[in-house]
Design a protein around this ligand. Sequence first.
Ligand SMILES: [Zn+2]
Length: 278
Amino acid sequence: MFEAIRRWRRERVLKGAAIPNALWRQAIESLPFLGFYTAAELERLRDKVVLFLDAKGIVGARGHQVTPLQRVVIAIEACVPVLNLDLALYDGWENIIVYPDEFVPGWEWEDEAGVVHKSIGALAGEAMPGGPVVLSWPDVAASADWDTAGMNLVIHEFAHKIDMKNGDANGCPPLPGGMSTQAWQTTMATAYEDFCARQDRGEDTAIDPYAAESPGEFFAVLSEVFFADAALLRQEYPDVYALLARFYRQDPAARTGLRFDEPRSLGAGGRSADHNHR
Ligand SMILES: [Zn+2]
């Protein structure tokens, strides 16, 4: 019964809220990493995007006007991780708030000694537990092209949202039946420790050093790499690649057709260590 209502509602939304072809093409063309997607995948992505936009508000703040193109671009990148998963992973909150620039969040937190800290730095993006995703539009625009930016802000924040579905953004999202939490944690912790050791040695890594911040950031940054530069992740951390491929039910490296051992230059894509926190 509920399933029938859900299907009916889905069909009604897909019919009633279609994205104009020209707008869709423009949005897809502004995201070069989608160039490897098959026509069938893009069609499925488009349906997901329509359903996502029906469920979420994308609203400007501090005078920022969200254009139709910005709206669709943000929705596409948000839907890339859940292309083969249930959109319900994004249930429990309503809005994406878009700022005209980086923003200083108002939150405070208490450390183990009971001292209350106030956030000080400006953020490019933030995923708030149970609340909105907040994005700086210039940072979204700058990270649309992975080859020049080496990051993808929207995928990053939505990976945090998926991670938060079962509590804190701790790098362990809710796993489907058949995937072992212990195996997940072992694989991720092994890779995380290796990555942190490489940072400590001062190694110039192709993966954003920001991944060393915490296991939660490691998951979010590696999710960006998984979707936008899959061959890089498969080369650097093949076990994590395999884990994320099972979790997200996608094999993006197979799309690109790049061989596992294809040489990659370190630091390609203008990686820099000074990305603002996100
Ligand atoms: Zn983050």
